[in-house]
Design a protein around this ligand. Structure first.
Ligand code: FES
Length: 207
């Protein structure tokens, strides 16, 4: 199920200590997230709530703005981010815009839209970067871990190496003005369904 339709869990409470990746899901949390976003657009006086969300502090501290849809070329290389959330935690992310027409072995595997992934290898958490020149079985361009060689497609699907699974993904929301927001509090363990977790970009934002 695409992230946009799935869930944003209840926001992290700073009193709970450092944010940890969680695999549980919560439709109620996502509804609250969308409610907060929607209020900014339709309810007079709710602008501050909306701006607080987009400049996250407190309960929305891990909702990260990573850019606009136009910053992520459809079918292009994943973009690496190292950004601190409002709690001061460093987040390492890879954001990619999957093109469903990309049928290469290292490609989208049918995924369509923006996918946010943990940039840490699923083996021992070495930081991953997209390597456009790395050749694996005659195909160039992979996430290739420099530590022990785990190899992942553009959608973070593991195809080789000691990593036990594919890359963790995070839920994405695309706002009405085309901003891309990632909820970094709730990671979903990666598997072959990673491509289907991408959030389609509304046609008006596609070049
Ligand atoms: S940490 Fe990436 S393969 Fe071991």
């Amino acid at each position: 199920m695409p992230h946009s339709e799935s869930h944003f869990d209840a926001p992290h409470d700073p009193d709970d200590g450092p944010v940890a990746l969680r695999t549980s899901t919560s439709r109620r949390g996502f509804a609250r997230f969308l409610f907060a976003v929607g209020l900014g657009g339709v309810v007079p006086g709710a602008g501050k709530l909306f701006s607080d969300f987009l400049t996250p502090t407190g309960p929305y501290a891990a909702a990260l703005r990573v850019g606009s849809t136009g910053d992520f070329v459809r079918g292009g290389a994943p973009v690496h981010f190292e950004i601190k959330d409002a709690n001061g935690l460093l987040r390492r992310l890879q954001i990619v815009h999957l093109d469903p027409a990309d049928a290469a072995r290292n490609g989208s595997d049918g995924g369509n839209g923006i996918l946010a992934m943990d940039a840490q290898c699923a083996h021992l958490q070495c930081t991953l970067r997209w390597n456009p020149g790395f050749d694996f079985e005659g195909q160039q361009g992979w996430f290739r871990c420099a530590c022990h060689g785990s190899t992942y497609t553009r959608a973070g699907v593991r195809i080789f190496g000691p990593a036990p699974r594919s890359l963790t993904t995070f839920r994405v929301h695309i706002t009405s003005i085309g901003e891309v927001i990632v909820d970094a509090t709730n990671g979903e363990l990666g598997d072959r369904t990673n491509p289907s977790r991408a959030v389609p970009v509304p046609p008006r934002f596609l070049a």
